[in-house]
Design a protein around this ligand. Structure first.
Ligand SMILES: Cc1ncc(COP(=O)(O)O)c(C=O)c1O
Length: 303
């Protein structure tokens, strides 16, 4: 819970202040960074970060003004010219576009692999990447990637795993607890949850957060205090929303599976789905997420 010792307030105020006084003693945040300018630190944003770190089981978190800003800072912080970055083919389109554009600009090598655990593990062993960037559940096919298996292979081969946990959310999965190095999240989706915030986050364990903090400061991509306040408000109901929407999604998937006009349903909670075994292994609860994809007979794919 938020504690404001000066007022006793339970809810963090929205600190709409660009600057903070710099006379006398330097004010430090709880992570030891200076509180002087809201492009670097803001107390409302900081309050959200503490919640996000706890939710994902990390030691610290950084909130960004979009999921893409969080992903951009992560790639910029980790990738060098001689880096090899491995990404499964089925990731969010703008993530792929960014990874590929930055690869052309910075000169690192981008390797693509088939989006399932076996192919990713095989590619790590054979192509020896420095960074592997996965989505714990892919879109639109809703393939569940075994983050634990990928992280174990990466540990053995000496590379870092970055896991995008947007669709699984910290309610279903905590990639850091399964061995991932960094978790990124588009807060825009489930965590803020009310379609009124665009935001992102990076959560990790250890000193990499300081490196990412510098990139966020240089890029000017910190989440602003009003958005942080709304996200703090939204995240309180995350568990209940994910529970309800996952139960509804499963019921819809079961209904569609028996429907005469549906060719195929993709939902990791269906016994017929090839990714259910992985979901049962790595998900915290017997919930399988809030998205359902399906193919209508004679037409294309629907979500
Ligand atoms: C899996 C995933 N990661 C990242 C993003 C980017 O997040 P944002 O739209 O908040 O920048 C998205 C956006 O749809 C996404 O689906």
């Amino acid at each position: 819970m938020f504690e404001d010792k000066s007022t006793g307030a339970f809810i963090p105020p929205i600190f709409l202040s660009a600057m903070f006084e710099q006379r006398g003693e330097t004010r430090l945040t709880d992570r030891g960074t200076e509180l002087k300018y809201s492009r670097e630190e803001n107390p409302t944003t900081r309050a959200l970060e503490r919640v996000l770190a706890k939710l994902e089981g990390g030691s610290d978190a950084l909130a960004f003004n979009s999921g893409m800003a969080a992903i951009a800072a992560t790639i910029l912080a980790l990738a060098k010219r001689d880096t090899t970055l491995l990404i499964p083919m089925e990731v969010y389109g703008t993530t792929m576009e960014l990874a590929s554009t930055l690869s052309e600009k910075l000169g690192y090598k981008l390797e693509l692999t088939w989006p399932d655990t076996e192919s990713i593990v095989e590619s790590i062993k054979s192509r020896k990447p420095d960074i592997v960037m996965i989505e714990s559940m892919t879109n639109p096919m809703l393939r569940v990637i075994d983050v634990e298996e990928v992280s174990k292979t990466c540990f053995d081969e000496g590379c870092w795993v970055v896991a995008d946990n947007t669709f699984t959310t910290p309610i279903l999965l905590n990639p850091l607890k399964k061995g991932a190095f960094i978790v990124v999240n588009s807060l825009t989706k489930f965590i803020a949850g009310h379609n009124d915030v665009v935001g992102g986050a990076v959560i990790s364990i250890g000193p990499v957060i300081k490196l990412l903090w510098d990139w966020r400061r240089m890029l000017g991509s910190i989440m602003q205090p009003f958005e942080a306040y709304l996200t703090l408000r939204g995240v309180k109901t995350l568990s209940i929303r994910v529970e309800r929407s996952s139960t509804t999604a499963k019921a819809i998937a079961e209904f569609l599976e028996d429907h005469p006009r549906i060719e195929e349903v993709y939902y990791p909670g269906l016994p017929s789905n090839p990714y259910k075994r992985v979901a049962d292994k790595i998900f915290e609860r017997r919930l399988y997420g809030s998205l359902v994809s399906f193919k209508v007979k004679g037409e294309g794919m629907r979500r």
